[in-house]
Design a protein around this ligand. Structure first.
Ligand SMILES: [Zn+2]
Length: 337
């Protein structure tokens, strides 16, 4: 399959009564987000809601029409996490059809923080960038996002907050599993009657999920993510991801992601072993980025911010493990071996 084939619009059968529906993300590097439609005794349920854009409803309606269905039949949406490409169209479905929306309980503080801020500024990530010594980058990102179109109505609270356990979904036995890391309240959904795991952004087939890109406290997100991967290393289920085609084994991909981060730690420790005192920005500039291993300076402003936060996530884990020592220099964290 070519790398773009998974984005082909339509209702792609996954298992009996389950369809993968890719929805366009035109301005986003991920290019599309999958929602999964599950036929139920009462109509349809969705895993993830998609991003509320002008075209989203038409795209979803066209896809569902190909199997003789309509968005008005969607009675519940179970959302893996509160990023806008997963959550905001679930809220729009509720507005149109009274659809019930469900989200992981630990997403609550992040959602409340968005309502408080009332704009698109990734405030917590800017705070981490400043702690990394990347104040200029934080300023540039603030200027780029503060006037972005933003509609607080996209971020209304869900109808229910989920923790782990079997969902109330007649006709399907789906278990929510708490997988903090990508975000604090991220959920993976296991289909107990088929080998499918709806992995959201926790396990993606070809890319490494960003870590801690959300509002609220910065609470060792990479440590949580690694623990959420560790518990899946023997998982034989098939990956039904939020971005990409269905396929591949959860456990194998979890092990590969753990290996990627082990490699990252090794690269950072190598730098620290030189004895220098370094900031997060120093380390981010030293590391290669993306699968193509390009330099930090080749990334755009947004991806530089993500890279700096990711670097801080790694440095914080090294500090928590006692491998690195950290001290504060005028609000900037300085790390040494
Ligand atoms: Zn996400």
């Amino acid at each position: 399959m070519s790398s773009a084939a998974w984005r082909e619009p339509g209702c792609h059968p996954v298992v009996d009564g389950v369809f993968r529906i890719p929805l366009d993300l035109p301005q986003d590097g991920l290019r599309a987000v999958n929602v999964y439609a599950l036929e139920t005794d009462a109509g349809l349920a969705l895993i993830d809601g998609g991003w509320h854009r002008d075209d989203t409803h038409r795209e979803l309606a066209d896809a569902l029409a190909s199997i003789g269905r309509s968005p008005s039949e969607i009675h519940d949406v179970f959302v893996t996490h509160s990023h806008r490409d997963h959550y905001t169209f679930a809220v729009e479905l509720r507005r149109r059809y009274g659809t019930r929306v469900h989200l992981g309980a630990a997403e609550g503080p992040g959602l409340a923080a968005i309502a408080r801020l009332n704009n698109n500024v990734p405030e917590a990530s800017l705070r981490e960038a400043r702690r990394a010594g990347a104040g200029d980058l934080a300023d540039a990102m603030y200027a780029a996002t503060v006037d972005e179109p933003f509609d607080i109505a996209d971020w209304e609270a869900p109808d229910s907050w989920l923790t782990g356990g079997v969902l109330d979904l007649p006709g399907h036995r789906i278990e929510a599993v708490e997988t903090p890391g990508h975000t604090k309240g991220h959920l993976v959904f296991h289909d107990l009657d088929t080998p499918i795991a709806y992995t959201g952004d926790h396990i993606l087939p070809t890319i490494t999920p960003s870590i801690g890109f959300e509002l609220g406290d910065w609470d060792l997100p990479l440590g949580k993510f690694l623990a959420s991967l560790e518990m899946m290393v023997d998982d034989k289920r098939v990956i039904a991801p939020a971005h990409g085609a269905v396929g591949g084994e959860v456990g194998e991909r979890a092990r590969a992601l753990l290996e990627h981060h082990a490699g990252r730690f090794a690269e950072i420790e190598e730098l620290l072993a030189g004895g220098d005192r370094v900031t997060g920005l120093d380390v981010a500039r030293y590391l290669p980025w993306t699968r193509r291993r390009v330099p930090f300076t080749a990334l755009d402003t947004f991806n530089q911010l993500v890279a700096v936060c990711e670097t801080m996530a790694h440095l914080d884990v090294l500090a928590a493990r006692g491998t690195a020592h950290v001290h504060d220099r005028d609000g900037i964290d300085v790390f040494r071996i």
